[in-house]
Design a binder for this molecule. Structure first.
Ligand code: ADP
Length: 261
């Protein structure tokens, strides 16, 4: 528990720092890109100069992208939760995930979450899934299989004890599994740390999983990860089920009912 507390404090401190820097940095980049673009439109430059200017603008754009990531991370945007069907969230982002992983990786989705209502900011949960899919892709450079599965899972007390203040009960779960490289001990221990990355400079920011962790925490949920070197990784995103529904489920009421019915 203490470690988790330290972790969230660290997240917050780094987030604030990163946010401050990112904000100022963004202003600087806007000037670089703005001036570069105007100069380019001028059309008075020699080819070689134009080429270099293009490089300057592209690099500034890349930097701006990184900065946006940092801002998203630091802002800890207030989530706008709405009651939403778990499967709908995954259906909504499916196409996009397919594009993230590319064509060499197979994609399978399994829907067991019909009728499971969560109170969630769909856009934010989509972001979590996109970050996970991007990692899955990077872990499968020679292809493989990405599986997204929704399910209802009864979570009991001893298990949630290791998950901060999570409450036992029924949870809506989205798991994201890949058949990639897996992670070693050290990586597994550190992967939710902001700026922790094992990827080459320019390829990884080390923010994807820290962002995912933050978003799911804001939803009063939690994330687990199981990974085996050489075999692959499974992330599970646990989201609490909307209370009325949770009570029904606990009472053994019919699990799936059309919404509004
Ligand atoms: P980044 O992807 O920018 O490195 P993340 O926070 O998303 O940052 O991930 C941190 C690290 O966790 C990655 O560099 C990688 O080593 C490891 N990791 C995350 N997801 C996976 C995965 N599905 N398979 C293997 N390693 C992973």
């Amino acid at each position: 528990l203490e470690e988790q507390l330290r972790h969230s404090q660290k997240l917050e401190a780094v987030g604030r720092l990163a946010g401050g820097i990112a904000h100022d940095f963004n202003n600087i980049l806007t000037v670089i890109m703005g001036c570069g673009t105007i100069l380019k439109m001028d059309g008075t430059l020699a080819d070689r100069q134009n080429e270099m200017l293009g490089q300057i603008i592209r690099s500034a754009e890349r930097a701006a992208q990184l900065t946006r990531g940092l801002l998203a991370f630091s802002r800890r945007q207030v989530i706008k939760p709405q009651n939403v069907d778990l499967d709908e969230i995954v259906r909504g982002v499916q196409k996009f995930l397919g594009r993230v992983i590319g064509e060499d990786i197979q994609f399978k989705s399994i829907f067991n979450g019909a009728g499971l209502t969560v109170s969630a900011d769909s856009g934010q949960i989509e972001q979590v899934l996109i970050n996970m899919a991007a990692n899955a892709r990077d872990a499968m450079p020679r292809g493989g299989l990405l599986t997204i599965e929704t399910a209802l899972e009864q979570v009991d007390a001893p298990f949630v004890k290791s998950q901060d203040n999570a409450q036992p009960g029924p949870y809506a779960v989205i798991s994201v599994s890949d058949t990639g490289t897996g992670m070693d001990e050290e990586t597994l221990k550190r992967l939710f740390e902001p700026f922790f990355t094992t990827k080459d400079v320019g390829k990884g920011t080390g923010l994807g999983m820290a962002i995912a962790y933050g978003i799911v925490k804001q939803h009063n949920g939690f994330v687990t990860v199981a990974s085996e070197e050489g075999n692959g990784t499974t992330f599970k995103v646990y989201l609490p089920i909307v209370e009325e529904r949770a009570a029904e489920l606990a009472a053994g009421a019919a699990p799936a009912r059309p919404r509004g019915g």
